[in-house]
Design a protein around this ligand. Structure first.
Ligand code: PLP
Length: 458
């Protein structure tokens, strides 16, 4: 599959993808407005570009397949937390992608999407014994986070063996990116066994040589804000450790390296950069041995597979001004863009403005605030942002919100989870929508807020 392509060919295939995606998005917005997807009852919705998601999955598969000897086992396990929606996981499964899960909920929704045990990896830092037992019963791969978890695995594996591929997660401690809260490879990160701490390396080598059933080694060293070269440095540390363990074991005990996810996303334009092919090039240069076919690979990309394919659309309820600053009060705020609202410097989002017919507004940009519906003053999608003048009844779009945004509802002010629609926009046909998630109703909000326990406290 695709192994005949050169790296240059692959890079070329990303050219124009951003422009085409922007054109699909504009058509989808127009159709969403025309079809009445945005109403008083549903003033905010999430849209997902099905073609874009398929393209990203294909780019991921192709980039690794082209760099590895044919037949090298590779599992691309989508980090479900980036878009915990059953239909999204299902679509990725159709595209040959598996699932990385980190909670009973994520495992259940991956299975609901049709993921089989051999396509699932369980990684959370706080797995209970019951979760571990279930994973081993199902034959799902598990990466132990720490020595105490490994002791639990000992007890579960002892005497009966396991069909699950098992490994240990290490933190290569290669340093922080520009966003502290999403940097996993800092010296004091809570994740994995801290590789550079005193005695850690020896402990790991001993742990593996005593346990023939430990056949994998895991690190997740990149994230938004981490340069590719720094991620690759973490993977090099992982590879070197695996070589050392295998030398100590006198055999190829570790047969698979799980290199995590964390490819950063470009939130500043429509171009899907950096691409997977670029990351593979950087990795191959830093860690050539990773690509010689001696190790199977697992990857766990999340944000980079989905971010650019999601759009939040929200109705502009009012426009006003305060202190000479024009403000558009919309229905999209902290409930769908939590990171951006609370940490705006780290997570800026592009905003596009459409009129009440869904046509892009093209007027002279003026600095405006784009506010959300929540009752605190910081509930802003954008501050002092040059945009065509926004009018009452317009629709604003928060772009690149396909990962960690509308799929990650934050229930402030009891605002409902919005509906999510997938769209396809073929060149030769109309835009069509499919429901991915129905909007939450006010009855559901009451029920989830303990409606059945009204008199519990009196
Ligand atoms: C979150 C996470 C990922 C995915 O990270 P992205 O930045 O979304 O690609 C992969 N692996 C693990 C263990 C994670 O926690």
């Amino acid at each position: 599959m695709h192994t005949g392509e050169t790296e240059t060919d692959i890079q070329d295939t990303t050219g124009g993808r951003g422009e085409a995606a922007a054109a699909r998005r504009e058509r989808a917005v127009r159709a969403a407005v025309a079809e009445g997807l945005i109403t008083d009852e549903q003033p905010v919705v999430g849209l997902l570009d099905v073609v874009g998601i398929r393209e990203s999955a294909a780019a991921l598969r192709t980039a690794f397949a082209a760099a590895l000897p044919p037949g090298t086992p590779v599992l691309h396990a989508f980090a479900v937390k980036a878009s915990p929606l059953v239909a999204v996981v299902r679509l990725l499964r159709e595209e040959g992608v598996g699932a990385e899960v980190a909670s009973p909920g994520e495992l259940a929704l991956a299975r609901a999407a049709g993921m089989t045990a051999d396509a699932i990896v369980l990684d959370s830092p706080a797995k209970t014994t019951a979760e571990l037992r279930e994973a081993l019963d199902l034959g799902i791969a598990v990466n132990a986070d720490n020595a105490q978890e490994l002791a639990r695995l000992d007890a579960l594996v002892d005497g009966r063996g396991t069909a699950s591929p098992l490994g240990i997660r290490v933190n290569p401690q290669t340093g922080t990116g520009s966003i502290g809260a999403t940097s996993t490879a800092t010296s004091t990160s809570k994740f994995g066994v801290a590789l550079r701490d005193e005695g850690a390396r020896e402990w790991l080598i001993d742990a593996y040589t005593r346990r023939p059933w430990l056949t994998r080694l895991h690190a997740h060293s990149g994230s938004q804000g981490v340069p590719l070269a720094l991620s690759a440095e973490g993977i090099r540390a992982l590879y070197e450790l695996a070589e050392e363990i295998n030398a100590a074991a006198g055999r190829r005990q570790i047969d698979t390296l799980d290199i995590g996810g964390g490819l950063p996303v470009n939130f500043a334009s429509d171009e899907p950069t950096p691409g997977y092919a670029e990351y593979v090039r950087v990795l191959k240069e830093a860690v050539p041995g990773l690509f010689d076919g001696r190790y199977g690979l697992v990857t766990e990309f999340g944000r980079s597979l989905l971010a650019k394919h999601g759009t939040v659309l929200a109705k502009v309820e009012y426009t006003k001004s305060a202190g000479a600053r024009p403000i558009a009060v919309t229905h999209a705020g902290v409930q769908v863009a939590t990171r951006t609202v609370y940490v705006p410097q780290a997570w800026p989002l592009r905003i596009a403005v459409f009129d009440e017919k869904g046509e892009p507004r093209t007027g002279e940009p003026i600095a405006q605030d784009v506010a959300g519906p929540a009752c605190f003053s910081g509930d802003l999608l954008a501050t002092d942002r040059p945009l065509p003048r926004i009018e009452q009844g317009d629709v604003v779009a928060a772009l690149d919100t396909g990962a960690y945004y509308f799929a990650h509802h934050y229930a402030y002010n009891s605002l409902p989870r919005p509906g999510v629609h997938g769209f396809t926009a073929p060149d030769d046909g109309p835009v069509s929508f499919a429901t991915v998630r129905t909007p939450q109703t006010v009855e559901e909000i009451v029920a989830e807020s303990g409606g059945a326990h009204r008199d519990a406290l009196i």
